[in-house]
Ligand binder design. Structure first.
Ligand code: BGC
Length: 427
């Protein structure tokens, strides 16, 4: 009987791993469909890619001065004071970071019982903890959600992502909400100059020192990519694609299940298949299914009965030490490896689509700047990205992937510096 159970379990795992496999032909199809979606989005035709203008080009490298950066992406809020010295050199002079949800349960600023005013007061308070009273600061604000911008300093939140639900922010100008909170907190010495997406910040930081940096991407709690789009005028502009919403993808029943019970079914399909917010939950759903034949440790299900109780971080660090039986350990490990590989393959396929769009048939150098816990911390993630890119792109050897560590915050300071430089040039 025990042997039979083992066989069933292996079949189940192999079957799941098979379902999560992305074949070379699929990579090809995804990159072509992604390129098509980019073109439709740019032409304002129906597309899953929002292609949002940032009103920023890559930096000249001459941006300098001391700036404040506020970086809010969902999990933590960071405030930094950065000194930009030009040519890619910067120094972080002060830094604070606070979680949006307290680990002891004492506060939670990303749930639907919290108002916009409460959330932005919390953000302004963190700024207040960093600034000196007798100094004035230009602020760059990284706000890592889909926003419609009509200038570099205003951004309407289209909708929350990453299962965030704070009331009264969707449809509002995020910089107005911040400005009002700064007034309430009497922080009159802080002047918001620019608001950017975290992908844009990641790209700006890399491009501050690297001429070839033209794609910025986040592979962390959420997923998204931006790139530099040449304009008819001869200039260029960074476009935030909101690629996490791309949806022409081969989904399994687990992807559908996760999507159905998410806050926003039908949205952020690529993100739900690739990002840290969701991989642990996908793994949990797969293992729950696997539990039907009664093969895994019952205690595992008691431990992880609540949705999202198995975080991606926990899934990755899962080991025999958790005290569950060996079958359970092997199952988590096997499913995690397959989910992580699929995530990197899908993301790489979208990079190929972008490269096709930028290059046409030409061959160019590109630096893809990436930040986020999956890329930075998960062994093998970068290798799978590189493998797919090398196998499928014409630019052999001309594509470099770099970690733009905490680039989103520094990028906001660079954006603020380029706005203030442009203002100085006008006056
Ligand atoms: C947001 C993007 C953001 C990405 C990474 C997604 O959920 O929609 O704007 O860039 O997460 O933080």
């Amino acid at each position: 009987m025990g042997g039979r159970k083992g066989v069933v379990k292996m079949d189940f795992l192999e079957q799941v791993q098979q379902e999560l496999l992305i074949l070379p032909q699929q990579i090809n199809n995804i990159s072509n469909d992604f390129q098509q979606a980019m073109q439709s989005g740019l032409a304002k035709q129906p597309s899953s890619l929002k292609m949002l203008p940032s009103f920023l080009d890559t930096p000249s490298g001459t941006e300098h001065g001391i700036f404040l950066a506020l970086d809010f992406g969902g999990t933590n809020i960071r405030v930094i004071v950065v000194e930009l010295l030009g040519q890619g050199i910067f120094r972080i002079k002060k830094h604070i970071s606070k979680p949006m949800v307290a680990s002891d349960g004492s506060y939670n600023y990303i749930t639907d019982t919290v108002t916009a005013e409460q959330l932005f007061d919390f953000l302004a308070e963190q700024i207040g903890a960093v600034v000196e009273e007798n100094e004035s600061y230009g602020l760059g604000h990284t706000f890592s959600f889909p926003c419609c911008q009509n200038s570099v300093n205003s951004a309407l939140l289209l909708h929350w992502t990453k299962e965030i639900n704070t009331q009264g922010v969707e449809g509002q100008d995020v910089n107005v909400l911040l400005q009002q909170a700064l007034v309430r907190k009497r922080l009159h010495n802080v002047n918001p100059l620019a608001i950017i997406n975290d992908t844009v910040g990641t790209l700006l930081t890399a491009a501050y020192s690297d001429l070839y940096a033209d794609i910025g991407s986040i592979c962390g709690t959420g997923h998204n990519t931006c790139y530099v789009q040449p304009l008819a005028s001869g200039n260029s502009m960074i476009i935030n694609m909101e690629s996490g919403n791309f949806n022409k993808l081969p989904r399994t029943k687990y992807d559908l299940q996760l999507d159905c019970s998410s806050d926003k079914p039908g949205e952020q399909i690529l993100e739900k298949m690739t990002a840290g917010k969701y991989l642990g939950e996908l793994c949990r759903l797969i293992l729950l299914d696997c539990a039907r034949p009664g093969l895994l440790d019952r205690d595992f299900f008691a431990c992880y009965s609540r949705p999202y109780s198995l975080t991606t971080e926990r899934m990755v660090k899962f080991s025999g030490k958790e005290g569950f039986n060996i079958n359970t350990y092997r199952a988590v490990e096997g499913v995690a490896a397959a989910l992580i590989k699929r995530s990197a393959q899908l993301v790489a396929a979208t990079y190929l689509g972008i490269l096709q769009h930028i290059d046409g048939t030409g061959i160019k150098h590109h630096t893809i700047a990436i930040d986020g816990s999956l890329y930075e911390k998960i062994p093998g993630y970068k290798q799978v990205l590189e493998e797919v890119l090398i196998k499928n792109d014409n630019n052999k050897g001309r594509i470099k992937l770099v970690l733009s560590k905490d680039g989103s915050g520094v990028g906001a300071a660079i954006a603020a510096a380029s706005v203030s430089q442009a203002e100085r040039n006008i006056s």
